[in-house]
Design a protein around this ligand. Sequence first.
Ligand code: ADP
Length: 585
Amino acid sequence: MSWGIRGKIFGLSALLVLGAVAVSGAYLELELRGWTRGRIEAELRSHAEAAAVMVGRLGAADPASLDGLADALATPAAARVTMILDDGTVVGDSEFALAELDDLAGHEGRPEVIAARAGGVGVAERDSASVGTPMLYVAVPFAVVGASGTLRVARPLREVEEAVARLRVALGVAGLIGLLGALLMSAAASHLLSRTLRSLVRDARRVADGGGAHYKIEVVAQDELGGLAGSINRLADELEATVAALAVERSRFEAVLESMDEAVIAVDQAQRLTLINRAALALLSLTVERSGETVGERIRVPALQELVEAALAGTPERREFTVPEPTPRRIMAYASPLRGASGAVVVMHDVTEIRRLETIRRDFVANVSHELRTPVSIIRANAETLLDGALERPEIARRFLEAMLRNADRLAALVGDLLEISRIESGSYELKLDTVALAPIVARIVDSVESLADERSIEVIDSIGPEVRVWADAAALEHVLLNLVDNAVKYTQEGGRIEVVSRVEEDGAVRIEVRDNGPGIAPKHRDRVFERFYRVDPGRSREVGGTGLGLAIVKHLVEAMDGRVGVDAVTPRGSAFWLLLPRSG
Ligand code: ADP
């Protein structure tokens, strides 16, 4: 850089020096030429006039004496002296001997001679025809006895050229000295300038690199460079303010992004991850971001990669896919190209729960239709059979009518349970939680199942003490326990044993258990028996008039009372359906 500046300064000053030398040289040369020529002319003129006076004093015009005088005058005047008579005859010339004068051509036509004869003094400049060099001629008239003519003094103009040549040499030397001066000056100026510039550049670089907080360039001089330093400082201030504003903006943007429930990832044109928010890390079970990885390397889900590729190609696309690990999840993703930048952004939602609920609802509708269709078709078939003639045969007709009644009851039970479950789910089943004494409820239940239990020789034991109190809705609790006891009676074999017990847990919750020594429930069914229409043994359930909804209703009601419900095995055989309810204060 410094050489560049030095070169430019030198070039500029050299140009200035040379320009000045050339212009002043041309002017001086012109002046010198004019002045030298003028001086020579004046000298020649005074010599010519003096010579004319002297010739006039000669008296007679004797050619030999005139030529001798011309020779004598030429030496002090350092000039050629020629005397020309009015008829053009040359009567004296310092350059030629007397004998040679006749050979000289007639001089009457020379411009200086014509001018001298007309006006007194004639001056002309030309290459001499006689001696062949550029000459200055000054002619004046003279008169001698019996003749008149023109006396001409001439001197070669070599002197002018010599003076000009000397001037040129002097100017050349001056130009050289000037160039040297320019070189030195430019070196000194560029050294000073480049040192200041270098320190400016260094400081500016430090400012650009951050340079520690609030780094400022020192403004040393109030000149243009000082102004530049000031400008850089102002620029740095503005930069700092802009960076700070951007940082605030970015942290706000990140806060929004991080607090979003939607998972968001962004990629650049090369599919490298440029952004991945907390929700996305959680959804895709990723650990903290590592920079520079592509979607394919980081998130090994082919569907997501295809989506990103489509978005990068400019097509926004929506797709649902499953992420198998660690637990399978259904994800709905929407990828679109970034507007105003290259890359793409993908927004993802976890729709696992929505899809699960949709499946449950679909299954439920299918199950309900199926459950309703079966008793309806039995009633219909039996009615048809009766109409087709079975009515005439009372012993068969009774069987058909009983079956119709059974299925009508089943239908009623099913509709009743469905209504109940929909009331609970829609939230219109209003629970009034209160302190409830458990013993009277269980006593009523045992009473209501007594006849059925007796029929099958099942013993129902009520072990609830009068002091047990729970925080519950009395009607809902009775409904729940009736369902459990009723199930126990239905599914326990003849001669079985059922017991309702309770105990207070360490945390104060009350655990109520309905235990039986029936067939029990295999571990794989234990969670699922609380699902709607889930039956361990569908045939047996229908046989005993079950709807498949009893335990689902139980679960809903218990959870609505802030309790929990479950089933354990009883050894050696049997089930223990339990509920945990908060203890009444
Ligand atoms: P259901 O109307 O069929 O009884 P539930 O929801 O009440 O429907 O019960 C679901 C299933 O759980 C029943 O079909 C039955 O297979 C099983 N189950 C319920 N209670 C018992 C029990 N005490 N012993 C054995 N299995 C039971």
